[in-house]
Design a protein around this ligand. Structure first.
Ligand code: FHN
Length: 388
């Protein structure tokens, strides 16, 4: 679960009565809002309905295995208690609590990993951070000093005060130099050797790769990678964005990504009151229900041998190949050509689970006969037990 939450949830895509196009968390940039006008949003930030236990439990019900939350996005507002600035949730808002502390405790309690998004280059509030050229003059900025005396100490706080952190998710590297990226990478590893550093640290450094937003590669990728994905068109909450992807689309994205060896980092943009929008909750719960039945074909699997078909995807684990059928054939006859694939038996993971299906397997041509109508219109998983 990716969580984009910050002051931008208050304007929610609208500034001075006008809609601001594009992604919600960029409102300060797109509307060129001066720091002096944006900063006071903090006085309104009072998410009384925020409940860390509920968020973590939702992620778990959705079948998600890790949470990444914005500790500081490009607007510079810190969603954690930082000694480096007063522009943080504890010092600057009536809320006065540290949600990252509460989430860290809940993640420990409920047994799920926690990571922090941190915008290392862009900071539109800090006079020396990158990106704000409407309040400050880019050429006059001491970017190196900002990295050394602000970014690093904040990263130290994040990796010292919240227990074990699974991932530090840097983003939009832009002007960061190779030397600065490398120093940050080593710094994170010194502080928490088991913490992964995202590939958006910059300069081709980091512990794993990340696709562009909402992008899925066309073929399997053998390195470790992740695809960050929105449920609608924005990361941060926008009240007028109702362009929700359907549950079927999201399940198929998850499966497409896993069938190519990646992780799905699916975003929610909570509201300023601390609640997660209902369309997001509904989709997460539906994905979780699908995973309850079909999780075996997702978790801990590798890309399967059948690739490049539009109607299906495949994953594999041990002696099983999981065929994910998106478009179920109208006669119920599922046919695959896959050289070398020798199938000894087949069954459905779902409805009715485990019942053997008639199967023939000749020289890599496999035919499984299932029901006439799709058992699951999003993705029916046929388990092919193979000869090893
Ligand atoms: O600029 C950000 C954007 O606001 C959002 O955080 C996404 C998430 O992957 N990353 C950047 C754009 O790629």
């Amino acid at each position: 679960m990716f969580i984009h939450w910050g002051l931008y949830a208050i304007p929610a895509g609208e500034w001075e009565g006008a809609r601001v196009p594009d992604i919600g968390e960029w409102i300060m940039y797109f509307a060129r809002i001066p720091v002096a006008d944006y900063e006071p949003l903090a006085q309104q930030f009072n998410p009384a309905k925020f409940d860390a236990a509920e968020w973590v439990s939702l992620a778990k019900q959705a079948g998600q295995k890790y949470i990444i939350i914005t500790s500081k996005h490009h607007d510079g507002f810190c969603l954690f208690d930082s000694k480096l600035t007063d522009y943080d949730i504890v010092a600057a808002t009536p809320f006065g609590r540290d949600p990252l502390k509460e989430l860290a405790a809940e993640c420990q309690r409920q047994g799920i990993k926690l990571g922090f998004y941190y915008s290392q280059t862009q900071d539109w509030h800090h006079p020396h951070g990158h990106g704000n050229d409407w309040d400050y003059v880019e050429e006059e900025k001491d970017f190196a000093g900002y990295i050394e005396h602000y970014v690093k100490p904040q990263v130290r706080e994040l990796l010292s005060n919240y227990g074990p952190i699974a991932i530090i998710w840097f983003d939009t590297p832009m002007r960061i130099t190779e030397e600065q990226s490398l120093a940050l990478l080593e710094f994170c590893h010194q502080l928490q050797p088991d913490c992964l550093v995202s590939g958006r640290l910059g300069n081709a450094l980091g512990d794993y790769g990340c696709t562009a937003d909402n992008l899925i590669p066309s073929r399997p990728v053998s390195a470790d990678w992740e695809s960050p994905t929105t449920m609608n068109e924005t990361w941060g909450y926008k009240k007028d964005d109702h362009d929700w992807k359907s549950t079927t689309v999201l399940i198929r994205k998850l499966v497409d990504i896993v069938s190519k060896g990646g992780n799905f980092l699916l975003n929610v943009g909570p509201k300023p009151d601390g609640t997660i929008p209902k369309p997001s909750v509904d989709r997460l719960l539906a994905i979780g229900e699908w995973l309850q039945v079909n999780g075996e074909a997702v978790y801990g699997t590798e890309p399967g041998p059948i690739q490049g078909e539009s109607w299906c995807r495949s994953t594999t684990k041990g002696d099983k190949t999981f065929l994910h059928v998106f478009e179920w054939p109208s006669d119920g006859k599922v046919e695959i050509s896959c050289p070398g694939l020798k199938v000894t038996s087949a069954y459905l993971l779902g409805d009715p689970p485990g019942a053997a299906l008639p199967v023939t397997s000749n020289a890599g041509h496999v035919v499984v006969v299932g029901p006439d109508t799709a058992p699951d219109t999003s993705d029916t998983v046929v388990v092919l037990v193979t000869e090893r």
